[in-house]
Design a protein around this ligand. Structure first.
Ligand code: SF4
Ligand code: SF4
Length: 368
């Protein structure tokens, strides 16, 4: 798997950069739509390609994907072509009728994002009113009998103590909790230093995941914590460009959703040969599929378990890719970030943030 597969097993497709919220850690700095976004016809063509590559499902996100007028057309088309859809939403457009429609569609999963188990914790990150909006969407899904939807949480310093509450909230709906590591990507590059969990919290989270991990989806979020001992459930390696990739709203293909930067851009689905050629032949991806140097981690006894951590986290904090993760749990006083000037770190790609308008006002604007 380290050398890459014929097709990605974890493909994220961000349908639009438009979003009615302005979460402070948004990995794609979303807000305003990009006029170059793929048209409906181009998006359908991408789905045809995914079908031909036998991609079993795609993670759809954004921005807020349901803002696209052709969102349901594309979801229906993907499902019709045998490409299952899991989509992430802030819930703002998920009313009772939409919930019934979703519940009646096969091969479809929905993930509602919250970043606090209560309104004050959540709204500090996602904007005023966003917790109530997300809970209402969950209520609608439950009432429509959707069943096992996902409650998606990005772990921060402020919610790391709420893991039991998150689990209760999700399971109270018959849903499943998904926990994701905060990466310094997009707007997260500016907020990561104050939001990422402390070393003590990382240890607590590790212990909590040892006890509850089988009930929680984590993807590849926490394999850097494996350095603390027993390996956690989940994907225990960085699959960027090998089993993971991202198609962004303008068709650019990146090694993973957390590395939207020219350095990791492999091509565009509009290029000759389309997505398949980018995935198969792009020099960037071919390079990522070669064995990577362990660098300064080579002498660490935990390397087999931790693999040096997350490439995106290293890149956007200005650390070498072949060295320790910025949240390395064994580095103690030699913390990889000590003495590093954050101003020297690479900046994320284009910022499509709205500016200073409040999220509530933005929600009103988007409904007009
Ligand atoms: S760079 Fe980080 S987020 Fe991206 S695939 Fe690798 S481990 Fe996952
Ligand atoms: S030094 Fe490298 S391999 Fe060891 S725990 Fe830290 S990040 Fe992981």
């Amino acid at each position: 798997m380290k050398r890459g597969l014929a097709a990605p097993i974890c493909l994220t497709w961000e349908l639009t950069y438009a979003c009615n919220l302005q979460c402070v850690h948004c990995l794609s700095s979303s807000g305003r739509r990009d006029p170059r976004e793929l048209t409906t016809a181009e998006a359908r063509q991408v789905i045809d390609e995914l079908h031909d590559l036998q991609v079993f499902y795609v993670n759809i996100g954004g921005g807020e994907p349901t803002i696209r007028g052709d969102f349901f057309e594309l979801v229906d088309y993907a499902v019709e072509r045998g490409v299952g859809v899991k989509f992430s939403t802030n819930g703002s457009r998920l009313d009772a009728a939409v919930a019934r429609r979703l519940a009646a569609t096969d091969y479809l999963d929905v993930q509602i994002s919250i970043d606090g188990a209560d309104a004050p914790t959540n709204d500090a990150v996602r904007g005023a009113g966003s917790f109530a909006m997300a809970r209402q969407a969950m209520d609608h899904l439950a009432a429509a009998g959707f069943g096992n939807f996902k409650v998606s949480v990005v772990l921060t310093r402020h919610n790391a103590g709420q893991l039991d509450e998150f689990l209760d909230l999700a399971e109270g709906y018959g849903a499943q909790l998904r926990l994701t590591r905060l990466r310094p990507s997009g707007r997260g590059a500016d907020t990561w230093h104050e939001l990422h969990p402390t070393q003590a919290q990382q240890r607590q989270v590790y212990r909590w995941l040892l006890g509850h991990g089988e009930r929680v989806l984590t993807g590849d979020s926490f394999f850097h914590l494996n350095a603390l001992g027993e390996s956690l459930p989940g994907l225990n390696l960085c699959g960027a460009g090998r089993v993971v990739c991202l198609i962004d709203p303008v068709g650019d293909v990146y090694a993973c959703p957390f590395v939207i930067h020219e350095e990791f851009r492999a091509g565009n689905v509009r290029d000759p040969g389309g997505f398949a050629a980018v995935w198969r032949d792009s020099p960037r991806f071919l390079e990522l599929r070669q064995p990577q140097s362990a660098g300064a981690c080579a002498s660490c006894g935990a390397f087999d378990a931790c693999q040096g951590g997350c490439m995106a986290a290293k890149f956007f904090t200005g650390l070498p890719l072949d060295g320790p993760d910025p949240e390395c749990v064994t580095s103690g006083d030699d913390h990889p970030l000590v003495g590093l000037d954050p101003a020297g770190a690479p900046r994320p790609g284009v910022d499509r943030s709205w500016g200073t308008t409040s999220p509530v006002q933005l929600t009103r604007n988007m409904r007009r």
